[in-house]
Design a protein around this ligand. Structure first.
Ligand SMILES: [Fe+2]
Length: 196
């Protein structure tokens, strides 16, 4: 998708012979319109993830409070610090775009956080609760990985190189956080929960 988009943008312009200039102009206008529509979608989704990250700075402390395994508490605590940085990173992106940082409620993250809260309310304290927190935490990470992956791709298509680099940094952090949760699940939590 990436190579097709950026490739066609560049190639169509440079191969213009001038013989079909009206058609060429139409294509370029279409491309301009598409690009501004993509920019709008990109901005909307940035507002969405901005809201989601801010919501997570409130949700993760509750998960830490309910976690028992030291490893899980550690993983969540370090990801909370990362999440706070991720909030500022999104603000930096808005600044690079010359736009005001606006958060728009993310329904998906609202649902995922609700699910995490329900799990924590209903679980037995200890390993089972940890298992539930990991479940909810990984669903959240996967949502973020999907969002940041697409945002980074669109930033590249739109030629927003600096923004794409910032998105890549956060994407890598989310992937590492997800991996860490898998490790905790494998090494500590799941075995204990099964033994209870
Ligand atoms: Fe995040």
């Amino acid at each position: 998708m990436n190579s097709t988009n950026s490739g066609s943008n560049g190639t169509k312009k440079s191969t213009s012979t001038g013989s079909d200039s009206s058609k060429q102009k139409g294509t370029s206008n279409d491309q301009k319109m598409q690009s501004s529509q993509l920019m709008q979608l990109f901005e909307d989704q940035l507002k969405d993830i901005y809201w989601a990250e801010k919501a997570l700075t409130n949700a993760i402390p509750k998960m830490i409070k309910n976690a028992t395994s030291e490893e899980l508490v550690e993983a969540l605590t370090s990801h909370l610090a990362e999440t706070e940085e991720q909030v500022s990173r999104v603000e930096q992106m808005f600044e690079l775009l010359g736009k005001k940082a606006v958060a728009v409620k993310c329904e998906a993250m609202t649902g995922l956080i609700k699910e995490a809260e329900k799990m924590m309310e209903e679980c037995e304290e200890g390993a089972m609760c940890d298992a539930g927190i990991i479940f909810a935490g990984q669903k959240i990470e996967h949502y973020e990985i999907a969002s940041y992956g697409t945002l980074r791709q669109f930033a590249e298509t739109l030629g927003l190189t600096e923004v794409a680099t910032l998105l890549e940094t956060t994407l890598d952090e989310e992937k590492a956080a997800d991996k860490k949760l898998t490790e905790v699940a494998v090494s500590a939590v799941n075995v204990e929960a099964a033994a209870e």
